[in-house]
Design a protein around this ligand. Structure first.
Ligand code: IMP
Length: 216
């Protein structure tokens, strides 16, 4: 069975990947002892830059393995693309002279969602459009092998709905099936989500990879 290692400590993301991989016969594992490895500063201006940086850096700790890193977030049109690459720390206080990525830690999902609702307070339903974006980068021994992007278009609600998922899921209404992402099962989320689409592209690439280049 083919194997890839995912560079994440986010159980929500690991669940999303495992669901999609099952359908493709690919074994997905976390990087052993991931939480004890030195963190990578996510100071890129794009999802691509951050995903490549993370995959490249973490792959050096597991020689010969294909390591996949994800950078993802929510882009809201009425907020000129915010929270974007700062999605995980959107509720961090603005500290003079500090960029948002230099915030001491990620902020809680509830606080991030509350800030989105505050910023969109006066924005009518028809203008609350946005998208989740996910970029996956695969690397081996510090070298980028491929980069894959997926998006999901939706509308930001005025109040949360649903209890599944994580992050901004309860606010993200997906018109295609008239549910928020927090109302989707794991299977539905891997079918429709930005992460599921990017992962589908990565799995197709993995299928085409010459056998001697695969591990597992
Ligand atoms: P990252 O770990 O730097 O990629 O941070 C991504 C952040 O974007 C997460 O902490 C969430 O706040 C948000 N996000 C990314 N993907 C999703 C998703 O599938 N659902 C809800 N929120 C997401």
């Amino acid at each position: 069975m083919r194997r890839i290692l995912i560079a994440t400590s986010n159980p929500g993301k690991l669940r999303d990947f495992a669901g999609a991989a099952l359908l493709h016969g690919v074994e997905v594992r976390g990087i052993p002892d991931f939480s004890s490895l030195p963190g990578v500063v996510e100071d890129g201006l794009t999802f691509e830059a951050n995903a490549r940086k993370k995959a490249g850096a973490y792959s050096r700790y597991v020689p010969g393995e294909i390591v996949v890193a994800d950078d993802s977030g929510l882009e809201i049109d009425a907020l000129h693309g915010a929270p974007g690459v700062h999605s995980a720390r959107y509720a961090a206080p603005d500290v003079h002279g500090k960029e948002p990525h230099q915030a001491d830690a990620n902020t809680h999902d509830e606080a991030n969602n509350a800030r989105v609702l505050r910023e969109l307070k006066d924005v009518p339903f028809g203008k609350r459009t946005g998208r989740f974006v996910c970029v996956l980068s695969a690397a081996r021994d510090g070298k980028t092998l491929g980069t894959f992007r997926g998006t999901a278009e939706g509308i930001i609600l005025e109040a949360p709905r649903g209890t599944n998922g994580f992050g901004y899921d309860p606010l993200f209404y997906f018109p295609k099936i008239k549910k928020t992402f927090a109302e989707l099962s794991a299977e539905e989320k891997s079918k429709y989500s930005h992460r599921g689409k990017a992962f589908g592209a990565l799995l197709a690439w993995l299928d085409d990879l010459p056998r001697e280049n695969r591990r597992g």
